[in-house]
Design a protein around this ligand. Structure first.
Ligand code: AQP
Length: 332
């Protein structure tokens, strides 16, 4: 089977974009028989300032949501990144092969760095840690959204550099696994030219997984569309309405054609009620399962502990080959 790695940052309340684009996608991958490793990327989240208590709470919340979404910790390995020290150890070895110039050239780095007076080194190293996250398990695939594809090129480059320098390749070159259902591109409800994002200052731009049913309906009702009343699926010219169609499809398990056909007799205003109902039907049970799991912190901790132990065993095997190739003195 493919070995697929994916990570989520515990940086705040999750929205439906995170759900369809990441949580539910994990469940789908798990159900197709992939060997799936899912980590809560707490080390990554430290590249921006995090309140320590909130960071810890967000990590547990993410664990609850993963399980509530249907991730099965027996089949998938679920763990917290910082619990497996090999991520950071391999990151160092890879950082010694990466160049500052190449990392400083990546668009996401440039965008983020431009907004900061003092740029933390961790922000520059972010893609190297991402490479380590994947290579340390010898992963063949990484489940990402389209915007992360460039960071995977950094991982591929590091594999090549490693081979040139040390004459061996202790890990496969990982490939991006992109979804084909548009689930990685849920747009802001207030400005459909942007993606839905945790950090958007406008709370109405996203539907949170914690939003009650009436808030979901309200946010969909207020979603920005355009002045054409018919419902069509034209992401390039009608991104607002098309985003609603995408949400409807993902929530109700329809294709875009089926959703548009169902909406043939409806105005966009009427269609919004259909979309809201579909979202509520999907999210209300999820919310309940998550609330249930939140009341069982011991179970969550047990799952994470067992996941970390499995992850460590896998990481040790790869890291030992890497350490030997690099010439680190054996210390076992
Ligand atoms: N709008 C989106 N549509 C579909 N998928 C999305 N993801 C994020 N936004 C959308 C996916 O959610 C996962 C979690 O990503 P992350 O925690 O690394 O944070 P992110 O990608 O930076 O997500 P946000 O929510 O937009 O946060 P901010 O505001 O901090 O940038 C990833 O799999 C991502 O693809």
């Amino acid at each position: 089977p493919r070995r697929v790695v994916t990570g989520l940052q515990p940086t705040g309340a999750l929205h439906v974009g995170n759900y369809f684009g990441a949580l539910r996608r994990c469940v789908r991958l798990q159900d197709t028989g992939d060997d799936l490793m899912i980590f809560i990327a707490d080390l990554h989240s430290l590249t921006t300032h995090q309140n320590p208590q909130a960071l810890q709470e967000n990590s547990m919340e993410l664990a609850a949501l993963l399980l509530a979404s249907g991730v099965d910790p027996e089949r998938s390995v679920v763990f917290v990144q910082s619990a497996v020290a090999r991520h950071a150890e391999l990151c160092w070895l890879l950082a010694c092969l990466a160049t500052q110039a190449r990392l400083a050239h990546l668009p996401q780095y440039k965008e983020k760095a431009a907004t900061l007076k003092e740029v933390p080194l961790g922000l520059l190293l972010y893609p190297v840690l991402q490479a380590a996250d994947v290579l340390v398990y010898g992963a063949t695939h990484v489940a990402v959204g389209g915007d992360q594809a460039q960071h995977l090129q950094v991982a591929a480059q590091l594999v090549r550099t490693f081979r040139h320098r040390y004459g061996c390749q202790p890990f496969p070159t990982p490939r991006a696994l992109l979804p084909d259902d548009g689930s990685d591109r849920i747009r802001s409800l207030r400005d459909p030219s942007k993606k839905m994002s945790k950090s958007d200052p406008d709370g109405k731009s996203r539907i949170l997984l914690s939003d009650p049913d009436d808030v979901i309906a309200l946010k969909i009702r207020k979603a920005v569309t355009d002045f054409t009343p018919q419902v069509t699926y034209e992401p390039d010219t009608r991104p607002g309405v098309s985003n609603l169609v995408t949400l409807h499809c993902l929530a109700a398990g329809l294709t875009a054609e089926e959703a548009v056909e169902e909406a043939a007799a409806l105005t966009t205003a009427q269609y919004k009620q259909v979309v809201a109902r579909a979202l509520v039907a999907e999210l209300a049970p999820l919310r309940e399962r998550a609330a249930d799991l939140r009341r069982r912190p011991r179970l969550l901790r047990d799952v994470l502990r067992a996941g970390a132990a499995r992850a460590r065993r896998r990481a040790d095997a790869v890291y030992e080959r890497v350490a030997a190739a690099v010439g680190l003195a054996p210390h076992a």
